[in-house]
Design a protein around this ligand. Structure first.
Ligand code: ATP
Ligand code: MG
Ligand code: FE
Length: 330
């Protein structure tokens, strides 16, 4: 079965064609990052306008790269939420138009389900599994007993980890999005200062990154006031060390509590080299560890097509009332 998937929840306009939830026939991503850079973050109106301009072209490109016609497709899938409402709407309307015009069933996909199912494009998902979701808007531990069943056992109480990366990067004067820059600089520096870790209550699987973020802001501010030279590399290294320590420790706790067969990592921050290495060191010898390649960690439509296949198999189709739902829950 071939699914055309569309993703427009944030600042990537993306379309992909996925066969049987596992094989990528095409995967096109148009990033708007250059347009948002000068604002230091995603501007919703700018994102919507870009999606409107791009979405039809990107869909056509996905069909062309797969060498398929709409008549060859079995369904149209689209991210229905969460995300920016104006951005989501563009994808949803494009998907509805395609489905209506070609008489195809429509499937609404949760963006985070997509991030998790990106792993299915790399290797089979092996249940029960634990998913560590680390992205721009989410930091969660999700237990999955089977396809399509999600139990959130831990989540951030304030900032998402990607958000903390981007805010710290901004403080350090790095361009948006800052995650990849901090990652790179952290490897050039040394964690000479130990930054705080928020463990929360004993045994807690929740996260908190706003304290760490404020700590970095204070350190930088104080050093500037004293007229000291700021070593961006070392601050990046201390910050990243703290983040990774907390993520790995909480994931360890979750994996030990829920006897799982597989640990899957998902979301944009899963592209982080330091995190990937730390998770491999901690888990690879003991449990099946799955981390998608970098281009499937950050936003894309291939992951939406992968997640949609399970819904297709279960005949869980959307009707014409499908809408963008910015606060959609998993
Ligand atoms: P969500 O998926 O929660 O709705 P989003 O779609 O905006 O949010 P993603 O595209 O999954 O988020 O991830 C983007 C985030 O990943 C940004 O915060 C970015 O800085 C971060 N990121 C990307 N690469 C890296 C990296 N190498 N190290 C750390 N963070 C990274
Ligand atoms: Mg993005
Ligand atoms: Fe995302």
């Amino acid at each position: 079965k071939k699914i055309l998937a569309i993703e427009t929840s944030c600042d990537e306009t993306a379309a992909a064609i996925i066969e049987n939830g596992t094989t990528i026939l095409s995967n096109v991503v148009a990033s708007q990052v250059e347009s948002h850079k000068r604002f230091g973050g995603v501007v919703p109106e700018v994102a919507s306008r870009h999606h409107v301009e791009q979405v039809t072209k990107i869909i056509e490109q996905a069909l062309e790269e797969a060498q398929l016609k709409p008549a060859d497709l079995d369904a149209i899938a689209v991210t229905e939420g969460p995300g920016l409402v104006g951005a989501l709407l563009i994808g949803v309307h494009a998907a509805k138009a395609m489905a209506f015009a070609h008489g195809l069933p429509l499937i609404g996909v949760h963006h985070i389900a997509g991030h998790i199912y990106a792993n299915q494009l790399v290797r089979p998902m092996n249940f029960p599994l634990m998913a560590l979701v680390v992205s721009g808007g989410h930091t969660e531990l999700i237990y999955m007993e089977e396809d399509g069943r999600y139990e959130t056992i831990g989540m951030t109480r304030d900032d998402a980890v990607g958000e903390a990366y981007d805010k710290v990067a901004r403080t350090l004067g790095l361009p948006y999005p800052g995650g990849p820059h901090i990652d790179r600089l952290a490897h050039e520096g040394e964690a000479v200062q130990t930054f705080p870790r928020s463990w929360l209550e004993k045994e807690s699987l929740d996260f908190s990154f706003s304290g760490l973020k404020s700590h970095v802001l204070n350190v930088v501010h104080n050093q500037k006031q004293r007229g000291e030279e700021i070593c961006v590399e070392n601050i990046a290294a201390s910050f990243q060390e703290s983040v990774i320590d907390v993520l790995v420790t909480k994931t360890r706790r979750a994996v030990d509590t829920y006897q799982v067969k597989q640990l899957v990592v998902a979301g944009g921050v899963a592209a982080n080299k330091g995190l990937r290495a730390a998770l491999e060191k901690e888990f690879a010898e003991e449990i099946e560890l799955s981390i998608p390649p970098l281009n499937l960690c950050t936003d894309n439509a291939a992951m939406i097509g992968a997640a949609a296949y399970d819904l297709l198999k279960k005949n869980q189709f959307a009707d014409w009332s499908l809408n963008g739902r910015p606060g959609l829950e998993l």
